[in-house]
Design a protein around this ligand. Structure first.
Ligand code: XIL
Length: 435
């Protein structure tokens, strides 16, 4: 499909979506009977195909997706004509871009110092191909989820070769097929007390601060096409702690950029909290500071934690949706924000329901509801909050071959005023037989 056909398809699908939603609330005589919200059926509104997150994202040129567990995907069912598995169907329908939640980490890929296990990651790429999805790589260098043998085997003598070989082998294997690589993850940690504010990670202890630059150089060599990303957390808020960390992350990126290190993007993890302070002006300024360096920004691990929010499922859902709405409408107007991924797709499988850490457990013992789909794979209020944010916070994609009319031909009036979609129930009727 060429660009023009794609734009047309998206436009047609968009009309279909407006039409089906409107029809839902009308009886046979075309009188509105109730809104879906009135009768509590919001979750039965269409949410797949033209109504999915991936198509709404595509309409505004934004790859939208999620972290996946490749082992859970029913690839053989899909290849045999279509899987009935809800996880598989939801990932397929909703995601235009995927990232492995754990499968690409050292602990998954490296059973021993001289072996690699690519079973899960090869499957991830096969699934992505089957579902026409982009793939993010996560991650090549991190202080966590290192294999057990690492602590006893890695030394100052072999650490450089261990790191560069790993990057060459892993990024090299999938070269040309990766949208972006999280080359270094979470390297800034002010409480460790270093003047450069870098984390005292095993990599830093073994190699010194140059390990970051080394990792980016190796990744650029192994996969010249992937956008090389620095990814970090707790840089979203305007609290004193996060303002300080965000400043240090910016300094790190500026240092790397100034030294000519191949870095193309910053990942903002975006593990947000339902209550307490929310992201604001400081984050927007950070995104613009990153843009000034010519770098993209990806929202890499979005979810909303309700561990300290009192109230039942509805209270959680509304609070979570409000955070999605506030956050996405804050960051999406920034044109260098180029991808949005949630950390999982359904509450049925999220680290916040799998972890036993105090920051994940609710005092009432209830499950968390951090993702766009609930435990039963029905869209949650967060799904609609995301979709609306894509619709309203970004400019639709305009195909190259359609030029804007000169100013004198532009219609007068408010360009942002609501307008009816031709063919939708509220639109003026076309004369009979006209096309
Ligand atoms: C988490 C996974 O979701 C868990 O399953 C695993 O046990 C621990 O790691 N920041 C990151 C991710 O960069 O890799 C982490 O993923 C979540 C925090």
């Amino acid at each position: 499909m060429n660009r023009r056909e794609f734009a047309r398809t998206v436009a047609v699908l968009g009309v279909g979506s407006a039409f089906s939603s409107a029809v839902f609330a009308r009886d046979k005589k075309h009188k509105p009977v109730a809104t879906p919200a009135d009768i509590g059926l919001e979750t039965q509104m269409p949410f797949t195909g033209a109504d999915s997150l991936r198509v709404h994202g595509a309409t505004v040129g934004l790859p939208v997706g999620c972290a996946v567990v490749p082992e859970r995907v029913d690839l053989s069912g899909e290849q045999a004509g279509g899987s009935g598995d809800l996880y598989t169907r939801t990932v397929k329908e909703q995601a235009a871009i995927v990232v492995a939640e754990n499968a690409m980490k050292w602990s998954s890929l490296r059973p021993s110092i001289d072996t690699y296990d690519f079973a899960a990651t090869d499957k991830l790429f096969a699934c992505a191909q089957q579902f026409s999805q982009l793939v993010r790589g996560h991650n090549l260098c991190w202080h966590e989820q290192l294999p057990k043998w690492f602590a006893t085997t890695a030394t100052r003598q072999n650490a450089r070769i261990l790191l560069t070989d790993h990057i060459q082998t892993v990024a090299g294997r999938y070269a040309g097929r990766v949208h972006s690589w999280d080359v270094v993850n979470e390297a800034v940690h002010i409480p460790d007390g270093r003047p450069d504010c870098l984390r005292k990670s095993p990599w830093l202890e073994l190699l010194g601060p140059g390990y970051i630059e080394q990792a980016f150089q190796s990744a650029a060599k192994a996969d010249p096409q992937a956008r090389l990303t620095y990814n970090d957390y707790d840089i979203e808020l305007d609290t004193a702690e996060q303002v300080a960390k965000r400043g240090q992350v910016l300094m790190l990126i500026r240092r790397l950029h100034a030294r000519g290190v191949p870095i193309h993007a910053v990942g903002i993890q975006s593990h947000l909290q339902a209550n307490g302070p929310q992201p604001g002006a400081g984050l927007v300024q950070f995104i613009r500071d990153v843009a000034a360096l010519g770098l993209e920004v990806y929202i890499t691990e979005l979810d909303v934690n309700t561990h300290s929010l009192e109230g039942g499922p509805d209270v959680q859902d509304q609070a979570v949706a409000a955070v999605y709405k506030g956050y996405l409408s804050l960051v999406l107007p920034e044109p260098n924000v180029k991808a949005v991924l949630t950390w999982g797709i359904s509450d049925a499988h999220t680290w916040l329901n799998e972890s036993k850490q105090p920051w994940a457990l609710r005092p009432d013992g209830a499950r968390q509801r951090p993702l766009p789909f609930n435990d039963n794979y029905a869209p949650a209020p967060a799904f609609y909050a995301m979709r609306n944010a894509f619709d309203y916070s970004r400019m639709p994609v305009v195909p190259n071959d359609i030029t804007a009319p000169p100013p004198s031909q532009q219609p007068a009036g408010d360009p942002y005023a609501p307008f009816t979609v031709p063919g939708s129930p509220g639109a003026p009727q076309s004369p009979p037989h006209s096309i």
